[in-house]
Design a protein around this ligand. Sequence first.
Ligand code: CTP
Ligand code: CA
Length: 226
Amino acid sequence: LARGVREPDLAGRHVVVSAGGTREPLDPVRFLGNRSSGKQGYALARTAAARGARVTLVAANATGLPDPAGVDVVPVGTAVQLREAVLKAAADADAVVMAAAVADFRPAVYAAGKIKKKDGQEPEPIVLVRNPDILAEISADRARSGQVIVGFAAETDDVLANGRTKLARKGCDLLVVNEVGERKTFGSEENEALVLGADGSETPVPHGPKEALADTVWDLVAARLG
Ligand code: CTP
Ligand code: CA
């Protein structure tokens, strides 16, 4: 096959990819957010479609990225909305890849009107509550037997040990661990990672385009789908 043309090894499969980063509103004009660009999740969606899959892309605030051709894009804002969309799409999915950066916390209170300064007064502290852990939930409560579930994690320090601990805690089948550092991960076109399997496997992915990491993820998913 020509370079860039894949065998349709995911034909007949439905895969769900979450991408981007959730935004948790404080008031109508402000939110708590993160720096996820959505590029890795979009690369996963494009490569899965190129390999023949039906793809649902749950996209959290991935503004500026074009909808991949032939992919069903479901836009969401918050972690709670992302959970709803992922659970719905996962019901008949063969694989779910959680590439989105989900906010761990959201403001406990949403102010319906814009929060204003008050003369001579210090600001009120922002109280946060936990968001649902979507990856742990879909892993513990599989919509279909044999469904392959993949998580992503950005780690510093002991990347391997942190990754193994997280994989076990989440209960997913594969965890893509990125080492966070200069010129890596956030907003960049390239990525490098270690993919850990619940079966004990370790697949290093050298520095390269996000498409290459995406193809390695789908190779590992396809092998587990049988
Ligand atoms: N994730 C999720 N729901 C959350 C938080 C994270 O589904 N509320 C998913 C992410 O999409 C990612 C994986 O879990 O695939 C790991 O995210 P990470 O933030 O590394 O995990 P946490 O359990 O939140 O751990 P940490 O305290 O290190 O942030
Ligand atoms: Ca987190």
